[in-house]
Design a protein around this ligand. Structure first.
Ligand code: ATP
Ligand code: MG
Length: 562
């Protein structure tokens, strides 16, 4: 077992370990992941999923999936399905333990009745505005509601009539009778039930009163026998209330433990804001590859393993902080470097004619699929007289350190020959370079006996006649600033949206081995980055998951030095 000083340990694991050692819960570990079905899951949720399912797996326990569906109106079955498929995709399994807080509505109602009968809850007729006034502030105590002293009989009668739909929405609430002078505002007679005439996605119109999060959550944990109820820091101040309900009801009492939520630079995690981006058309949908949603990351080219790995590496802390998005990119790069086959693709093609290469000749050169993993083998790539190379691999007037193509200069074509640029064709009006003429040296074929002659630069290429046309989408950060909320006074966080977060290139050329590439499969385009096949397109479309340049490795190096 992982002890406190093991690299993967964290304070929550240590609590679970202590509880196991003390034989609390008879050695049982049962966690839960409790999403509200009001949006799609994002990378922050992945942290919570990995933590909850991870703890259960590590200690031979189980993790429930529980939809926290106590807000009809904002919730939808569409979200339920998308949440389930995202968790499965991440690699976790809740077995047959798919629960809904709404499954417990009757029992929660009965719990409330118990509190009313014990004189620990009352029906309050204050409006929302009045309730706020009575509540007091952080520095001033609140005032008792004039309805606080209602008799048990009156409260029971009113509660039954609330359920029966006799009162208007917002006219009454059921409140816990705790302490209006408590220094913790959550303990100042919090609302347990409110009247809502909304159709629920599961219970339909059966109910017109709905429990609040605070009343539903702990009791649902208790009903399921959860041992460790892990949640984010903003619920720390709710813990006394979580404990109070369970203590008053004298039911099984799980332990709530809070950890810091994940924040990532150059993006944001609020479902409400992500919804705004979708609704206002700043992105193409929840699965837009620029979104931090699991659906978006998946389409972008992220793998479940890279995300799990990231969640492991960021650890679990007690204090909020922001993680550099470069670390997430690094985790993907690390995996794809090992696993993704390498291919050649030219994003901005420049035509090259090899004047001394026979017009009707086609050779197949042998290319290595992944030098990191010889077992991935080799493939044949056709080479012919007319090729495409990257526009940026040619400079008419090259700077000193430019070792690629230029008039009179030699360069090696990856896996093939050394060529020399002998002519440049330009568009007469704009002066734009449209074609290069080169000669090849037949004695320099890669892998051949004399092929070893060295030149400084090697560039990638495809054969014009054999390559396939493809669309390539280059993504950049969604926001221009690490913190999207870093704005001038009065300005909106959306003013930090990156106008250049997407660049679409429609006339790219890729080597023929990519014909029939399967959606969501990954490739390294040599010298360019990691790409994945888009799942929603019929034409060959690639999303750039991450460029090759690893900014995280640089940061780490600098940290070690400093
Ligand atoms: P949002 O504020 O974006 O609406 P939420 O917390 O309301 O998110 P829920 O559906 O209630 O979303 O979250 C389900 C679980 O995921 C909760 O236990 C929550 O604490 C956890 N969670 C949500 N966001 C993060 C995050 N950024 N980092 C870690 N855990 C998170
Ligand atoms: Mg929530």
């Amino acid at each position: 077992m992982l002890k406190a000083d093991s690299p993967s340990s964290n304070f929550i694991r240590n609590i679970v370990l202590e509880d196991l050692e003390a034989n609390k819960n008879h050695g049982r570990v049962l966690t839960r992941f409790p999403p509200e079905p009001n949006g799609h899951l994002h990378i922050g949720h992945a942290k919570s999923i990995c933590l909850n399912f991870g703890l259960a797996a590590e200690f031979g326990g189980l993790c429930n999936l529980r939809f926290d569906d106590t807000n009809p109106g904002r919730e939808d079955v569409e979200y339920v399905e998308s949440i389930k498929s995202a968790i499965r995709w991440l690699g976790f399994d809740w077995g047959d333990r798919e629960y809904y807080a709404s499954d417990y509505f009757e029992q929660l109602y009965q719990f409330a009745v118990r509190l009313i009968k014990d004189g620990k809850a009352y029906i309050c007729d204050l409006s929302a505005g009045q309730m706020r006034e009575y509540r007091g502030t952080l520095t001033e105590p609140g005032k008792d509601s004039p309805f606080r002293t209602r008799s048990v009989e009156e409260n029971m009668g009113l509660y039954e009539r609330m359920r029966a739909g006799e009162f208007q929405e917002g006219s009454r609430t059921l409140r816990a009778k705790i302490d209006m002078a408590s220094s913790n505002l959550n303990m100042r007679d919090p609302v347990m039930y409110r009247i809502l005439y909304a159709t629920h996605h599961r219970t339909g119109d059966k109910w017109c009163i709905y429990p609040t999060y605070d009343f539903a959550h702990g009791q649902s944990d208790s009903i399921e026998g959860i041992t460790h109820s892990v949640c984010t820091l903003e619920f720390e101040d709710h813990r006394p209330l979580y404990d109070w309900f369970l203590d008053q009801l004298k039911v099984y009492h799980p332990r709530q433990i809070e950890f810091a939520r994940l924040n990532l630079s150059y993006t944001l995690m609020s479902k409400r804001r992500l919804l705004e981006l979708v609704e206002q058309g700043h992105v193409t949908g929840w699965d837009d590859p620029r979104m931090p949603t699991l659906a978006g990351l998946r389409r972008r080219g992220y793998t479940p393993e890279s995300i799990r790995n990231f969640c492991e590496r960021i650890g679990v802390a007690k204090k909020n902080s922001t993680v550099d998005i470069a670390l997430l990119e690094h985790c993907l790069r690390e995996e794809l470097n090992r696993c993704a086959p390498r291919v050649m693709a030219v994003l901005r093609p420049l035509r090259v004619v090899i004047d001394n290469y026979p017009e009707d000749r086609v050779e197949e050169v042998e290319a290595v699929n992944n030098p990191e993993d010889p077992s991935m083998g080799t493939r044949k790539v056709p080479f012919s007289r007319v090729l495409y190379v990257e526009q940026e691999d040619f400079r008419e007037d090259p700077p000193k350190q430019f070792f690629r193509l230029a008039p009179g200069r030699e360069v090696r074509l990856r896996y093939a020959y050394i060529i020399k640029c002998v002519g440049v064709v330009k568009e007469p009006v704009t002066g734009e370079v449209t074609e290069l003429h080169c000669t090849f040296d037949p004695d320099t074929k890669s892998g051949s006996a004399q092929g070893g002659r060295r030149v400084k630069g090697t560039i990638h290429w495809v054969s014009a006649a054999h390559s396939l046309e493809a669309e390539v989408r280059l993504y950049n950060h969604l926001f221009v600033k690490p913190d999207p909320d870093d704005v001038e006074e009065g300005a909106d966080w959306k003013s930090n949206l990156n106008e250049n977060s997407l660049e679409i290139l429609t006339s790219c050329r890729v080597e023929p081995s990519l014909a029939g590439a399967v959606p969501e499969s990954h490739y390294q385009f040599e010298r360019l980055g990691y790409f994945s096949v888009d799942s929603s397109d019929r034409t060959l479309t690639f999303n750039r998951a991450v460029p090759l340049r690893d900014t995280w490795a640089k940061i780490e190096k600098a940290q070690k030095k400093g």
